[in-house]
Design a protein around this ligand. Structure first.
Ligand code: ASP
Length: 341
């Protein structure tokens, strides 16, 4: 497995399978009363977030803490970057403290890749601009697999603001790796340039219209899951659609659309990476429906990030090849014996 996790493309199918399998063990641990295990005792993880975050930052922090790593949170505003220090100097300063991993979110696409060239520690990309968010894709795959089983041949539609979405980019890579069929849907103004060449090379479908995809009338047939993406207004400089109402009419998962979907496939899943714009890209009736796995995604986020930290940091060479044994998790299997309190 790689030393850094910058892009979903860094992981082969076997790596993804290994991380998801480990995440399963971590999820079992998460359901226990005492969750702490000594697996990463003595390791230090810095969460450096230059952009706001609720889910990703807290789940990385919880993941590190439950594995007994020392976790430290830094944000762009409270650090010396607000005094004008360069990203390189900041990254090298943190690295000089002999930390083991830097979990980083940054508004610039490519920032995590750049930092990985400067430091000795592992770098985990927790979202870089509009580029990638590999742990989000892993937690989405985990959530889908726990409901749908093997993803080979399953059809996932990813809908919304594709231009600004790092979640979509990482998801396409990971889902394709696991054998899923993928259709991406966006209005022409939010369809990334160059998607034609990418979709041809990686064999996924694109559509400017949502209803035919949800009706199963598009290239890949009936959908097993619909992933709604947030309209990222903070990254929009111009008008990408006339009004919020028009966006919802064309591309929102409204109550009516959900009812039609469920009538066709009662088992259909609804995902959203959060934070949701309720009433814009997803109606409350869809977000809170029995089909919604939005909170399962959040829960999986902790287990998957534990698994990623484990695979990057645990073991003698920092690269264990399989899921942790019960001994490695020291009591994480059936009892709380050996757990660190
Ligand atoms: N939380 C996800 C991200 O950081 C999705 C979003 O913000 O819309 O990319």
């Amino acid at each position: 497995m790689t030393r850094h996790l910058i892009s979903s493309a860094d992981l082969g199918r076997a790596d993804v399978e290994a991380i998801l399998e480990t995440a399963g063990s971590m999820h079992d641990l998460q359901r226990r009363e005492v969750k702490k295990v000594p697996t990463l005792r003595g390791r230090t993880v810095i969460n450096f977030f230059f952009e706001d975050s609720t889910r990703t930052r807290s789940s990385f922090e919880i993941a590190g803490k439950w594995m007994s790593a020392d976790t430290i949170n830094l944000s762009g505003k409270g650090s010396s970057t607000s005094k004008g220090e360069s990203l390189r100097d900041t990254a090298m300063t943190v690295d000089a403290m002999a930390v083991d991993a830097l979990v980083m979110r940054h508004p610039a696409s490519g920032a995590a890749h750049q930092v990985a060239q400067w430091v000795r520690c592992s770098v985990i990309n927790a979202g870089d601009g509009t580029h990638e968010h590999p742990t989000q894709a892993l937690l989405d795959a985990y959530t889908l697999r726990s409901r749908l089983g093997d993803l080979d041949g399953k059809h996932v539609a990813i809908v919304g603001d594709l231009t600004h979405s790092r979640v979509f980019r990482s998801n396409v890579i990971t889902l394709k790796k696991l054998g899923a069929r993928v259709t991406v849907v966006a209005p022409p103004t939010l369809m990334p340039s160059g998607i034609g060449a990418w979709s041809a090379a990686d064999d996924f479908a694109t559509s400017w219209e949502l209803d035919p995809v949800l009706a199963g009338e598009h290239e890949h047939g009936p959908v097993d899951a619909v992933m709604m993406l947030r309209v990222q207004r903070e990254r929009m400089s111009g008008g990408y659609f006339p009004t919020a109402r028009e966006y919802t009419v064309g591309y929102g998962l409204t109550r009516d659309r959900l009812e039609t979907l469920v009538a066709r496939n009662p088992e259909v899943l609804v995902l959203h990476p959060g934070p949701m714009n309720r009433g814009l890209e997803i109606a409350p009736e869809a977000a809170d429906s029995p089909q919604s796995v939005v909170l399962d995604q959040v829960s999986a986020g902790v287990a998957v990030r534990m698994a990623v930290l484990y695979h990057l940091l645990a073991g003698d060479d920092g690269a264990p090849s399989g899921p942790p044994s019960p001994a490695t998790l020291a009591g994480a299997t059936t009892t709380n014996e050996g757990a660190v309190r």
